[in-house]
Design a protein around this ligand. Structure first.
Ligand code: SF4
Ligand code: SF4
Length: 350
């Protein structure tokens, strides 16, 4: 990974902070086929949604870390973009009108840094929803988080924690020196609170993504390796591993460009298009909600400012029928979701 880039694109005034510049960068890559054509070949164009099962709420771009591969361009400087209470109330009102949505998936940034985070979790749990928190682990060591492991455990919140690799060098290369040790400390803390030991109310999932311009290995084999590696070296346990492809957007797109890997990586994603991954694409059963209440097909489209294709793509105008009738908006970055074993918020899809 490139050195000296541990700040957000926005804070550096980098051209790729602008989503349209990202789309233009991807559009300039010579490719044998467009994503829409690949979908059509597989009999899936236009791509249509299934019933909404998951509300994925992006509570904001604020994060205590500035990882080099971040698709959100999150960081400590992103204080302006944080979901407020009124928007959360709008999300909850929409959730109440959507009986098929059984799960609320909280993401960011670091969702735990949103001042209304605990309130939002409480509201979703009270409604009987399964709540998942996408946690970067290190945030749990901040003084303000001291009560969080118990808070999660008491409410049955599933923790989906990013740890690029079970070995230290691979993790610190992506997330910064010292991150690995802090992550292990946080995992021990979660184990002490009953997480990662097979209890369905204290599920601990780890998320792996490759350190460079290549696809992850087979998820099941990686899980086996990680479980034995973490147990052997640190006495730490977890329940399942999900392996994600790195999406060619935001800070990872910048690294791909600067390292000269962009054309080859996008070509690889396109060349490894897997039609059997399409049915499990997260955009099909997930509604993505931005910090300001705007609606998207997925968190990646959200970062590229590609609104859901309905007349008023905002949570205050939530219209389940219009959303069900829409076509999902796709572009070249979507090859990241269908390459190899596929990649969604739940890991491999094929
Ligand atoms: S922890 Fe997650 S949201 Fe925060 S900078 Fe890293 S990848 Fe981005
Ligand atoms: S990037 Fe989003 S819209 Fe495109 S295939 Fe992936 S989940 Fe679907």
């Amino acid at each position: 990974m490139a050195e000296g880039r541990q700040t957000s694109l926005l804070s550096r005034g980098a051209p790729l902070a602008d989503p349209s510049a990202q789309l233009a960068r991807l559009a300039a890559v010579p490719l044998a086929e467009e994503f829409a054509a690949a979908l059509a070949r597989a009999g899936h164009f236009p791509l249509r949604p299934a019933p909404i099962e998951i509300f994925q709420i992006n509570t904001g771009k604020l994060c205590n870390m500035t990882c080099r591969h971040c698709h959100v361009d999150a960081g400590p400087d992103r204080t302006a973009e944080n979901m407020d209470r009124a928007t959360m109330e709008g999300v909850l009102a929409a959730l109440d009108r959507c009986p098929t949505a059984h799960t609320v998936d909280l993401t960011g940034g670091a969702p735990e840094l949103n001042p209304h985070f605990r309130w939002l979790v409480e509201q979703c749990v009270t409604r009987g929803k399964h709540v998942m928190d996408r946690c970067n682990l290190t945030v749990l060591l901040l003084p303000r988080s001291a009560d969080l492991p118990m808070f999660f455990a008491e409410r049955g919140v599933e923790l989906v924690c990013s740890l690029p690799h079970w070995r230290k060098p691979n993790t610190d290369a992506q997330r910064g020196d010292g991150t690995y040790d802090k992550s292990i400390e946080a995992l021990r803390l979660l184990n002490r609170h009953g997480y990662g030991q097979g209890d369905p109310r204290r599920m601990l999932t780890l998320m792996h993504n490759p350190a460079g311009a290549f696809l992850p290995g087979k998820q099941a084999a990686l899980e086996k390796e990680w479980k034995s590696g973490l147990e052997r070296t640190h006495g730490v346990s977890f329940d399942r591993l999900i392996a994600l492809n790195n999406m060619p957007i935001s800070r990872f797109l910048e690294w791909l460009t600067e390292s000269g890997n962009l054309d080859a990586y996008l070509g690889k994603l396109q060349g490894q298009f897997n039609a059997s991954a399409v049915a499990g694409l997260m955009c099909r059963n997930t509604l993505s909600i931005g910090w300001d209440g705007r609606l998207y097909d997925c968190d990646f489209n959200q970062m590229l400012a590609i609104d859901a294709d309905v007349e008023r793509p905002h949570i205050r105008d939530f219209d389940p029928l219009a959303l069900a009738a829409r076509a999902i908006r796709v572009d070249r970055h979507c090859f990241g979701c269908t390459a190899g074993a596929g990649s969604s918020c739940g890991g491999a899809t094929a």
